[in-house]
Design a protein around this ligand. Sequence first.
Ligand code: PGA
Length: 253
Amino acid sequence: MRRKLAAGNWKMNGLRADLAMLETLRAAHEGCAVDLLICPPLPLVAAAAEACAGSAVAIGAQDCHPEDAGAHTGDTSAPMLADAGASAVILGHSERRADHGETSDLVRAKAQAAHAAGLVAIICVGESLEQREAQNTLDIIGGQLSASIPDTATGENTVVAYEPCWAIGTGLTPTSEQIGDVHDFIRARLERRFGAGGGRSIRLLYGGSVKGANAAEIFAVSNVDGALVGGASLKADDFSPIINALADEAKAS
Ligand code: PGA
C-alpha cells in the first residue's frame, strides 16, 4: 500500500514571514491520513524544518549538487540539506531542466547524492506541448525515466512526479485519461526495471495546475499517489482543500 503524498513546491517564492503558513497547515492537518511535504526556497529550509519539527509536515528542498562538498560557488549539497533538516529534495523539475540546462544524466547523479544523504528524491519528468502534439509523450517520458532514476531507487527513497511542462502554472490540465495513460506507463516501466515489488512501491505524483477544484478528479486516476503542487501550495487556504481531497481518496481506496 503506497501512502499518499501532498507535496508543495514554493519555487522562488516566500520570505520568513510566509513561514506562518506552516503553523496553519500543521494545525489543520495534524494526524492527517496522507504525507505532507513543503519545499520552500533554500534560505527558508532550516527555519521551516525547525517550525515543523515533530509535526505531520515534512520539509524538502528544490535542488542539490551531485557532489557532497567542494569548489562549487552558489551550490548546495545533499548532506547540507539533510543537515538543515530537509528530508526530501525535488530534482529535475522542468524549470531547472529549461533554465539551467539540466540533463537527465545530471538529475540521476543528483538523485544518487540525495539517496546517499538519506533524502527522498522527488524526480520530475514531463513532456513539452510540442512533444505531446507530435505524439512523442511516452517516448520522452520513457527516456527521462531511464536516464534520471538511479539504480539506488526504492519505494522509500524515491518519488516520481509527472509534470507536463505545458500544464505548469498555466491553469491547463491534461484529461484524467491522459494522466492515467502516462501514470500507468510510468508504473509499468518502474516494474520492468525494479521488479514488481520495487516498481509498485515507488509513489507517482501528478503536478501541473492542481487546485482544490480539480484535485478530487485527478486523485481518482489510477496510479496517482498524490500531487506536486506549485502555486496552490503557497497559501494554506489553497493547499488545504487539495490535502483534504487526497485524504478522502486515501480513505476511499
Ligand atoms: P503549478 O506548479 O501547480 O503552479 O502548476 C507545479 C510544479 O511546477 O511543481
